[in-house]
Design a protein around this ligand. Structure first.
Ligand code: NAD
Ligand code: DAU
Length: 339
């Protein structure tokens, strides 16, 4: 099978390319990535020479180029990870989120339709459901929870999901959507909470915690997300949505303290800063459907996953030190300078 993976030079798409090229030597993984600030060829370096991996630098909003790649590569399956993914950036500059996440998705859907793809899979997020109150631990997001977005990022992802559903119904396309909770693990860009804690703590820099640190996220080790997507594209039912999450809710403060302890650093680095605008309080996925229908369960506990992640960042310092020594400094100053 020929599988197009967009956004494969990013965090989850990169992990997915590693996973798929290793598990299925008989399949061809064709990665398409624009290499924005979040895309990194170093993430793909370990698999670049594999005979079942191919890379195209291209923008998913560039229709002609995407059609040409489909014509040349004849894909069976498309997995669309490519997106602007950072909520804070969407608050300061929403437009690129609309272009990539909505228009880009429409181009990928059009290409998939034109070239008769057997399965189009959209990688979505639990953020499309909005948030849950902190004092109702009995509530979870299911696949039928109404869309209720908070940030320009989540609004753009929800828009993309609606487009996918519209194409599935109108053109009878074989589409699936997955909505996963917060991922962590190797190759996670240091603007996101867990790698930011690691990079700052290692440099004995303050660790900025938004608001009171009581917001809750439902953390999943990235490989478990990859396993879930692989199951969905092979065994999932066209037209269906699958929530992915492992019932692993933690407050941000708990996460910060766990990572600091793993690094052997001091909690004195924790610094409370101005809250994120519109900050979602709690995300919590109900994964019953993917468990019952596809037999998926997470394989890595939070304790194991954090240990593996911290070890990966210690063993691969060059990967993240190269990032934080470049343009990232301007980003950091803009986001945190006066916070
Ligand atoms: P990321 O920001 O690390 O990577 C995104 C990748 O997409 C980068 O390689 C970037 O270069 C590429 N890209 C951006 N715009 C592009 C364009 N116009 N054309 C081609 N490539 C482009 O993101 P991530 O955290 O790996 O997230 C991947 C997907 O998973 C996203 O769709 C995101 O919404 C979703 N998701 C993420 C999480 C999470 O916790 N990170 C959880 C659930 C869902
Ligand atoms: O839930 C899935 C989503 O998870 C994905 O759709 C997004 O692409 C991904 O970025 C992630 O979104 P979050 O906003 O939850 O992740 P982030 O790492 O930015 O923040 C996690 C929590 O930590 C959030 O409550 C904000 C807080 N935070 C974040 C940063 C960067 C801080 O307190 N301080 C920080 O410096």
């Amino acid at each position: 099978m020929n599988i197009v993976v967009t956004g494969g030079a990013g965090f989850i798409g990169g992990n997915f390319c590693h996973y798929m090229t290793g598990k299925y030597p008989e399949d061809n993984i064709i990665c398409i990535d624009k290499l924005t600030y979040a895309g990194n060829m170093e993430t793909l370096a370990p698999i670049m020479d594999k005979p079942n991996f191919k890379f195209y630098k291209a923008d998913i909003t560039d229709r002609d180029t995407i059609y040409k790649i489909f014509e040349d590569e004849n894909p069976d399956i498309v997995v669309n990870f490519a997106a602007e993914s950072h909520v804070d950036r969407s608050i300061t500059d929403p437009e690129i989120f609309l272009r990539t996440n909505i228009i880009g998705t429409s181009v990928m859907l059009d290409a998939s339709r034109k070239y008769g793809i057997k399965r189009y899979h959209q990688v979505s997020t639990d953020e499309v459901y909005g948030d849950l109150p902190l004092d109702r631990p009995d509530l979870f997001f299911t696949e039928t929870t109404p869309l209720h977005t908070s940030s320009p990022y989540s609004a753009s992802k929800a828009s993309a999901d609606l487009l996918v559903q519209a194409y599935a119904r109108t053109y009878n396309m074989p589409c699936t959507i997955s909505r996963c909770s917060n991922n962590y693990g190797p190759y996670h860009f240091p603007e996101k909470l867990i790698p930011l804690i690691i990079a700052n703590a290692e440099n004995d820099k303050e660790i900025p915690v938004y608001g009171t640190g009581e917001n809750v996220r439902d953390w999943l080790y990235v490989e478990d997300h990859c396993i879930a997507i692989d199951l969905i594209i092979r065994k999932g039912t066209p037209g269906e949505i699958y929530n992915i999450g492992g019932h692993n809710e933690k407050t941000n403060l708990e996460v910060v303290k766990t990572v600091i302890a793993e690094l052997g650093k001091s909690e004195d680095l924790i610094t409370f800063v101005t809250d994120r605008a519109g900050h979602d309080r709690r995300y919590a996925i109900d994964p019953t459907k993917i468990h019952n229908e596809l037999g998926w369960l997470p394989t890595t506990t939070f304790d194991e996953g954090i240990k593996k992640t911290v070890k990966w960042y210690m063993d691969n310092r060059e990967w993240w030190e190269n990032i934080i020594s470049g343009d990232y400094q301007n980003y950091y100053e803009k986001m945190y300078g006066n916070r």
